[in-house]
Ligand binder design. Structure first.
Ligand SMILES: [Zn+2]
Length: 450
């Protein structure tokens, strides 16, 4: 049995059904699960004999949940030639660089991206790996997640329609569809854990409607439902994306998704910037999730996702940092803040509150990843949480320290726990040396740039 406790948190946001916030809070966990949560006074009898962490001067939240990423892109940040282009032009510049990746490069990039996420308070991240050049395999990313200690939902992505067939990627980066489906089965059988508290769950994720066939979209959905795993792809990211759908498929992206089995509570789509009213109603009715990635949407000029309308309609929403080639960083508090600012630019000051943004970044994300055992601090849920110091120069003076996590520019957490185990303590990685993560990434970068 292993366990621990923390006491005297200034405020603890549970993200339970009632959005309970506890002052002078304490938390006790055992074997990866939260066993008690309440005021330090109320929990005092249970705390006797436990060497509890002092969280005074800190806010505690559930660990942040990242619902969209391409971790391999962590080695292609700020690449010249695609700093000022929109989605399709940006992709065409990057594809030849990504075609040079080896398994070592994918491991180094993934470990870098996951270290960045852990150091900014994330405890559960999905990943969308959709290119497998030079022997790259999904397990190269799973090994990186185990190094950092983060809960990980890799998805086996794919591209199958290259330039010669009217798709966007070069033919050298696409795979045969039977090989894709075969490898999806292999990685699900080898790595997917359906149990409560799972550290690794695998999903299937054809890259996008403009890089795979209708048949692969349909077959991947059938496979996912047969195996009981989640499904993920990009949808309606920008105007070009919608135009491609209308020209090639004769319908809007929502109808395309619906026709091929890509709606339901076991599906979440990245971006959905261009969903119309009927598509929002479809997603709400079917419980189809959306990963909102506001920094990437701004960087690529994709537009403002209809977040307020989706929340009001009841669409399940989480936040994603997206790949570091289109957001240049992986920080979920930055995404929460950007989500709030972007909705307010369009809809006024009441369009999205700091607490709504934080809920999307925690419980909302866990729910669309099919993890109701994560994303909230309640007895019986997994012990995944972040401890944010709020007594430094940039934070002191806040009347509402929880809201300030989103209203102010993001700061790093002091401690991050996953499954009751420390992943970050005193602002540094616990399992792996920060210097090794950086030097591994630098060595891979040198190879890629040569
Ligand atoms: Zn993406």
């Amino acid at each position: 049995m292993s366990g621990g406790a923390l006491v005297h948190a200034d405020v603890l946001a549970t993200m339970d059904d009632a959005s309970t916030e506890i002052r002078d809070a304490a938390l006790i966990w055992r074997d990866g699960v939260i066993v008690a949560c309440g005021t330090s006074t109320d929990l005092a009898p249970l705390l006797a004999g436990i060497d509890a962490i002092d969280a005074s001067g800190c806010v505690v939240t559930p660990g942040l949940v990242n619902t969209h990423h391409h971790l391999y892109q962590s080695l292609t940040r700020a690449v010249p030639g695609c700093q000022d282009t929109s989605l399709f032009g940006w992709l065409k510049t990057l594809y030849p660089i990504w075609a040079r990746y080896t398994p070592d490069d994918v491991f180094a990039a993934t470990r870098l991206g996951l270290a960045e996420l852990a150091l900014s308070g994330c405890t559960l991240s999905s990943d969308h790996l959709y290119l497998f050049p030079n022997g790259v395999r999904l397990e190269d990313t799973i090994a990186a997640a185990q190094d950092i200690g983060i809960r990980f939902h890799p998805t086996r992505g794919a591209m199958s329609v290259g330039e010669s067939l009217g798709g966007l990627p070069p033919d050298s980066l696409v795979e045969a569809e039977d090989a894709i489906l075969g490898d999806m089965i292999r990685v699900i059988d080898a790595f997917h854990d359906p149990a409560d508290g799972a550290m690794v769950r695998v999903g299937v994720a054809p890259c996008s409607p403009f890089s795979v066939s209708r048949e692969l979209m349909r077959d991947a959905a059938l496979l996912a439902r047969d195996k009981g795993v989640m499904m993920h792809t990009h949808l309606a990211e920008d105007a070009d994306d919608v135009r491609y759908s209308l020209e090639k498929f004769g319908c809007r992206p929502g109808e395309y998704a619906q026709d091929l089995g890509w709606t339901g509570p076991d599906v979440w789509h990245a971006h959905c910037v261009q969903l119309d009213t009927a598509e929002i109603a479809l997603f709400a009715r079917t419980g189809t999730g959306v990963a909102h990635c506001p920094c990437s949407n701004c960087r690529l000029g994709s537009g403002i996702a209809p977040v307020r309308a989706m929340l009001d309609a009841g669409v399940p929403l989480g936040l994603g940092v997206d790949g570091s080639a289109s957001s240049d960083s992986g920080n979920l508090l930055a995404e929460a803040r950007q989500a709030l600012l972007l909705q307010r630019v369009q809809g006024g000051a009441a369009a999205l509150s700091a607490r709504e943004a934080l809920r999307m970044a925690t419980r909302g994300g866990a729910d669309i990843l099919g993890r109701p055992d994560c994303g909230r601090i309640e007895p019986g849920k997994r012990a995944d949480f972040a401890v944010w110091p709020v007594n430094d120069v940039a934070s002191s003076g806040s009347w509402d320290a929880l809201a300030a996590l989103v209203l102010a520019p993001p700061r790093g957490p002091r401690d991050v726990f996953v499954e009751g185990q420390a992943v970050v303590r005193d602002g540094d990685l616990v399992r792996t040396r920060r210097a090794d993560v950086i030097s591994g990434a630098q060595a891979a970068l040198v190879r890629l740039m040569a």
